[in-house]
Design a protein. Structure first.
Length: 290
């Protein structure tokens, strides 16, 4: 478990992480908005960081009909409703060692809100430290948020692109799911309903590097040295080569995307959010199994 402060762990971009103590010191900062995003959508109502607002990964960020994210106008409305301006520093945290916090962080990047951070250790670390929770839902003055620049092509991969990508020699494709999902033994995580895809296995050429290898038992991120040992030394990934990460629906792979892009400074990293629920249902899509 890393005991070093964030700024001493050797990350390429340490500014994207903040500690629980930093958040505690900025609870009343009008320029900071703390956002909780969880897999368990009931957790926020049971208790959340004082002043934090909720962003539901499905109802707030997903298009209600098409499998895609909301459009620019809907994102502007979401941000304005939450009292977030273009200059607000948004700090994400959540359950599952920040799976969904990183997913929301990534989604915000699609719309160009780069002034964003993740609280190291997530919801559970805040609770374990005995810090306060509240059920009071805050209200903030409405803003007039405007999307200034979309960044989708920089950080998101679509299936046709992935189809072409895997034809390249030495393509760096990272499957961050569990080993059982990677081999096709399961099509979802352990203890989850085994549904969502008609076929099991993995995209040809993908390396299996489970997302959870990047975190300590308390949910904080491992040091850069430890992360490099996993991704670069053990798995042979080249930080200067394009990399695509995927999982089942894009949430676990957004966590790995965050690690590779910001903590290790990989030059070009994309998240294939269609992931296995898309690939495993595609007719004639190539699949590998041991």
């Amino acid at each position: 478990m890393s005991s070093k402060p964030i700024e001493e762990r050797g990350y390429v971009h340490p500014d994207v992480l903040v500690s629980t103590e930093w958040v505690a010191q900025h609870l009343d900062d009008p320029n900071v908005r703390v956002v909780e995003s969880d897999e368990d959508v009931l957790l926020y109502d049971l208790g959340h960081i004082p002043g934090a607002v909720k962003v539901d990964w499905f109802t707030d960020l997903q298009h209600p009909i098409v499998r895609d994210y909301i459009d620019e106008r809907a994102f502007e409305e979401l941000m304005s409703r939450l009292g977030i301006s273009n200059d607000t520093t948004v700090v994400f945290y959540g359950d599952k060692n920040n799976w969904w916090a990183c997913y929301a962080f990534w989604a915000f990047q699609l719309f160009g809100h780069t002034n964003a951070k993740v609280m190291d250790g997530g919801r559970q670390k805040w609770i374990d430290e005995g810090r306060p929770l509240t059920r009071e839902v805050p209200t903030y003055p409405r803003t007039n948020y405007k999307v200034r620049a979309r960044r989708e092509e920089e950080i998101r991969a679509f299936r046709d692109y992935v189809m072409q990508f895997i034809q390249r020699e030495g393509a760096q494709l990272v499957d961050v799911r569990s080993p059982a999902e990677y081999t096709g033994e399961k099509i979802h995580m352990e203890d989850y309903p085994q549904e969502g895809a008609l076929r099991g296995g993995h995209i040809p050429g993908a390396r299996n590097i489970p997302w959870g290898l990047a975190v300590n038992p308390d949910g904080t991120f491992k040091s850069a040295e430890e992360l490099r040992a996993i991704y670069v030394e053990e798995q042979g990934l080249n930080p200067n080569q394009e990399t695509i990460a995927y999982c089942r629906i894009g949430e676990r792979s957004s966590h790995t995307w965050f690690v590779l892009k910001y903590l290790l400074g990989f030059k070009e990293v994309r998240n294939y959010d269609g992931s296995w629920t898309e690939w495993g249902n595609l007719v004639r899509a190539p699949i590998e199994k041991p």
